[in-house]
Write a protein that binds this ligand. Structure first.
Ligand code: FAD
Length: 506
């Protein structure tokens, strides 16, 4: 039982630090057991770290060194992804990947990676000729001489996965505390006192899943034995007319720093091209630069000359949490019993995420934690699943029935992605309520399309204002301070419910 007494710290069995896909997956894995678990996230939403900006590829697992934890968890995680995404209603497609080579040197890399993949236990791998590769991906250049085909690879929506895992955790009794930055951790009896920017917690066990800052959190309780080296990756996001030119995921041949530039279809049908790889000093510097984007464009054009970069609709970057150990650090810290971590979870962390959650649960069990299934989950296994309305993907008959039952699903807010007012309202009232324009985007896809929110942004702002009973000037694009309106320009009548309106200045 979790409780709060006055200013006393809240007591709980387990604290998870970090609401990225790794913290969320651990929370999801634990939520079926008789435990009190609180997830602390310093930002205003989950999925705002590396989980926000990555390639979204469920790697097959031929790349990590054989025998590494990374290799094992990648292959296991990729195999678990389809079922979990089905259970959580998360967009995932098992589209397969091609790693393409030009010339003898790169052909040798393809053969090496094939052998490595076999050692890692990746199923279905094949070495293809250039012509066979072009049958999979007709837009590939004639210069491709061979390719490694991995049918078990896929694409997933990383934000949705993180949000889905977190929502199920909450449905099963877990707590997510946003805007709660862990600032100190102290030993307290046989547990820990965890201090945050919003209050304190007493926990028997603490799990550090703080991504780029997992080294900082580690140093709050233990000797410094690893560091996180930030590495930025920049991307192009191209319109759907380019997305249709690619069937799955295409990787260029890897270099020592990166898996090689990739060209992939996204779950929404766009094309992403990237990422670059650049060590940076500031862990939060998600800028994009002309130099890196030029580099990506030229490398991708060598693989697929027909890509029209004029159809670029957005550039973005994400920061990798590269561990100094070059291996996932998933352990109970030997010098601090009860303090666990999943640190330095660089790529293929997304692909491995579900297996990492399960692996961490195994470590907790090995440390003596009793795992007894919750009665509520035993009585109602559906608690572990979630469904959301996705109007654009419904059949005409289902759309008709839905609109007849609730007219708000008949009002299209985002024309590019066909997102309805009903879906935006669902997001605003979801277990981790969307409070910003981008939080709505992460939950509904509104604003993801060609106009990048130019059309739907004001409408979503108006819905946020009316549902949250705040002024439009208080609405944020995403992060603290990202106000989108500077002040009122006129008076309007705002619809606050189906029957009521009020006058506000906007
Ligand atoms: C450019 C790029 C491309 C990638 N492509 C792929 C890919 O295609 N496939 C793949 O498998 N993997 C990929 N990855 C890796 C994948 O994105 C990561 O492994 C995964 O997102 C890591 O999740 P995480 O939860 O560890 O970290 P994060 O998502 O960064 O989450 C950590 C969270 O901890 C919070 N936090 C930090 N400090 C504190 C604190 N003191 N108190 C409270 N909260 C705190 C942060 O705000 C953050 O939300 C890529 C990564 C990048 C950057």
């Amino acid at each position: 039982m979790t409780y709060t007494t006055g200013n006393q710290p809240e007591t709980t069995d387990i604290i998870i630090i970090g609401g990225g896909v790794i913290g969320a997956s651990i929370a999801y894995s634990l939520c079926k057991y008789e435990l009190t678990v609180i997830l602390l996230e310093k930002q205003s939403d989950v999925a705002l770290g590396a989980t926000r900006a990555n390639s979204g590829i469920v790697h097959a697992g031929y790349d990590p060194p054989p025998g590494s934890l990374m290799a094992r968890l990648n292959v296991e995680g990729a195999a678990m992804m389809e079922t979990v995404c089905k259970d959580l209603d998360v967009l995932y497609f098992k589209c397969g990947s091609l790693l393409v080579a030009s010339g003898e040197k790169e052909d040798a890399v393809v053969r090496d990676l094939y052998a490595r993949g076999i050692q890692n236990g990746v199923e279905g791998l094949e070495v293809l000729s250039g012509d066979e590769a072009r049958q999979h991906e007709p837009a590939l250049t004639a210069g491709i001489t061979s390719a490694l085909y991995a049918p078990s690879a896929g694409i997933v929506n990383p934000w949705e996965l993180c949000i889905g895992l977190s929502e199920v955790f909450i449905r099963c009794g877990g707590k997510v505390m946003l805007n709660s930055e862990v600032t100190a951790i102290e030993r307290s009896g046989d547990g820990f006192l965890v201090r945050t920017s919003s209050g304190s917690y007493l926990a028997k066990r603490v799990i550090n899943a703080a991504g780029l800052y997992s080294d900082t959190v580690h140093r709050m309780v233990a000797e410094d034995d690893f560091s996180i080296i930030p590495s930025r990756g920049e991307y192009f996001l191209l319109d759907k007319n380019q997305g249709s030119a690619v069937n799955g995921v295409i990787f260029g041949c890897p270099t020592p720093d990166t898996k090689g530039v990739l060209i992939a279809r996204t779950v929404h049908g766009n094309m992403i091209v990237g990422p670059s790889s650049e060590s940076i000093a500031d862990k939060d510097d998600t800028a994009t630069t002309a130099a890196k984007l030029d580099e990506i464009r030229s490398r991708a054009s060598q693989l697929m000359p027909s890509i029209n970069f004029r159809d670029n609709i957005r550039n973005y970057s994400g920061i990798r949490a590269n561990p100094s150990t070059k291996e996932f650090i998933i352990r109970e810290v030997p010098s601090v019993p009860g303090f666990f971590e999943a640190a330095g979870i660089k790529s293929p962390g997304l692909a491995a995420s579900i297996a990492i959650g399960r692996h961490m649960t195994g470590l907790l069990k090995a440390s003596g934690l009793l795992l007894i299934q919750k009665q509520s989950v035993r009585d109602n296994p559906a608690l572990l699943r979630r469904t959301i309305v996705r109007f654009s993907r419904m059949s005409p008959e289902s759309k008709k029935a839905l609109v007849a039952s609730d007219s708000r699903y008949g009002r299209i807010v985002c024309r590019c992605e066909t997102v309805t007012e009903g879906e935006v309202l669902d997001a605003i009232h979801s277990p981790i309520p969307a409070r910003t324009i981008d939080a709505v985007k992460r939950r509904t896809a509104a604003g993801l399309g060609r106009c990048q929110g130019g059309f739907c942004g004001p409408r979503i702002a108006s819905l946020l204002a009316s549902e949250l009973a705040i002024l439009p000037t208080e609405i944020l694009q995403d992060k603290p301070g990202s106000y989108i309106f500077t002040g009122p320009t006129k008076d309007i009548e705002l619809t606050t419910s189906a029957t009521q309106t009020k006058k506000v200045s906007i």
